[in-house]
Design a protein around this ligand. Structure first.
Ligand SMILES: Cc1cc2nc3c(=O)[nH]c(=O)nc-3n(C[C@H](O)[C@H](O)[C@H](O)COP(=O)(O)OP(=O)(O)OC[C@H]3O[C@@H](n4cnc5c(N)ncnc54)[C@H](O)[C@@H]3O)c2cc1C
Length: 428
């Protein structure tokens, strides 16, 4: 199907969704009123008796479940499941090794892992989105794509350290350490507005957590999922998404394959050849007050961020998550223009490592400078989200390239998004 045809189809789906909502409300008001009144008493009695135990145990759970935990916590892998044909995306089901409850999280949040990569002196720190609805309860699920060396990289280039570790070493029974859920890319569960979920590649992980949460809550919101991948081999959570699309009447799923192969079935596996574009989204978004949640590669995030502006979507209606700093959508997290003179330089002392280096404009963040000079630094998201890199600022002042999502504690700074504003002494 061509893009124009699909755009028309999306338009028809929009109209269909509106008339469906109207029909549902008329039917529920007129047709079911009498029946409901008759059965109401019976239902109320049944509901009370069926839920009495649940409410009691929820109350107990509420007392037992701490809201978070400090530092690292050990988790046991209880299951692992490949999520695509290509078997480079795998879900890991984790239960706390201490046997205690796990705190709830918000759909869209992530865990930060400390990964003991063989051959590395220090564990590497990486974030992985929670990919299941919090309503699933009792376990956490993260879904990790094993990163192969980039196309054209010299022979011998290693795969991604952490993602390769997950795929190669984590089997049922393995232990992995994680920090508590965090992140502010979260579904607004109290809103009633239409929700438009947009995912590219492995960016489906937080999006599917949101989708599953909406469905677990039996939300009656109009839900759209636009999912872009290369082809069927890469298509993650295929069966799950197909089943939801068939079963949930207020959900519309549109899948775009950028590189379909001959075995990819058009209008079965995917609807559109190409990418998720402004043109495709326009009929759903134009003139409507929708909430948009987006996670995907840099190119998609950038072009759609510009597209939303063209369509007239208010910036506050769009929330996005970037898995790598290059994908941070410019409209959402503006990089501050350095306020200092372009030629100005500062002396940076990394006190713990006993190193003193010069920072100049163009050297990037303090974290980049530290790493380039062999200073050991713990970091996760590298975009001021996870807070893993927080260190004590012993002397001097920093400014932030973008406002950190996690405000550092007094006397600390987040070197991954900080640049010096004066000479500095840092506890690194
Ligand atoms: C908030 C957040 C949530 C996230 N959620 C998810 C998620 O749900 N699922 C998911 O899969 N990811 C997620 N990520 C991304 C994840 O955190 C990691 O960034 C990702 O797994 C890559 O880490 P790695 O250690 O495997 O790769 P790295 O070791 O960092 O390597 C990255 C790439 O560089 C290549 N490389 C290594 N050495 C060289 C070299 N010398 N020259 C050239 N190339 C080289 C590797 O082959 C690899 O392709 C998330 C990130 C954030 C910030």
């Amino acid at each position: 199907m061509e893009l124009t045809e699909l755009t028309q189809l999306v338009g028809i789906m929009v109209a269909g969704a509106a008339s469906m909502r109207a029909a549902i409300s008329v039917a529920s008001f007129a047709g079911r009123r009498y029946q409901f009144a008759r059965q109401e008493k019976k239902y109320v009695a049944e509901f009370r008796s069926a839920t009495a135990g649940i409410f009691q145990s929820r109350q107990i759970q509420r007392q037992e479940v701490p809201l978070t935990w400090q530092g690292k916590r050990k988790f046991r892998v209880v299951n692992r499941v490949y999520e695509n044909y290509q078997q480079d995306i795998c879900s890991f089901y984790l239960e706390p090794n201490d046997g205690r409850s796990i705190p709830p999280f918000r759909p869209g949040q992530f865990l930060t892992f400390s990964v003991p990569v063989p051959g590395q002196a220090e564990p590497v720190t990486r974030c992985y989105s929670l990919s299941e609805s919090p309503a699933a309860g009792g376990y956490y699920r993260v879904t990790v794509k094993r990163l192969a060396p980039p196309e054209g990289a010299p022979e011998g280039t290693p795969p991604g350290q952490s993602s390769d570790y997950f795929h190669t070493h984590l089997q049922p029974g393995s232990i992995v350490e994680a920090y508590a859920p965090s992140g502010s890319f979260c579904l607004d569960e109290h809103s009633g507005r239409p929700v438009v979920l947009i995912a590219g590649g492995v960016g489906i992980t937080p999006i599917v957590s949101m989708l599953n949460s909406l469905i677990a809550a039996r939300s009656r919101r109009e839900i759209w999922l636009f999912y872009g991948v290369r082809n069927r081999a890469e298509h993650a959570m295929y069966t799950h998404l197909q089943q939801l699309a068939a079963r949930v009447r207020n959900l519309r799923v549109v899948v775009a394959y950028s590189r379909p192969t001959n075995s990819c079935r058009h209008n079965v596996d995917y609807h559109l050849r190409g990418h998720i574009t402004e043109q495709l989204l326009r009929p759903v978004l134009e003139g409507r007050d929708c909430e948009i949640y987006m996670c995907g590669p840099a190119s998609m995030m950038r072009s759609l961020t510009a597209g939303f502006k063209n369509i007239g979507v208010p910036a506050e209606n769009v929330r996005s998550e970037a898995f790598d700093p290059a994908s941070v959508a410019p409209a959402e997290t503006p990089v501050k223009a350095p306020e200092h003179n372009a030629r100005q330089t500062f002396q940076i002392e990394f006190a713990r490592s006993g190193k003193r280096v010069e920072w100049q404009s163009g050297d990037g963040s303090i974290l980049e400078l530290a790493m380039a000079n062999g200073v050991k630094a713990r970091c996760g998201c590298r975009q001021g989200v996870c807070g893993t890199c927080a260190i004590a600022l012993k002397n001097g002042e920093v400014e932030y390239e973008r406002t950190p999502e996690k405000t550092p504690a007094p006397g600390k700074c987040l070197p991954c998004v900080a640049q010096p504003q004066s000479d500095l002494v840092l506890d690194m």
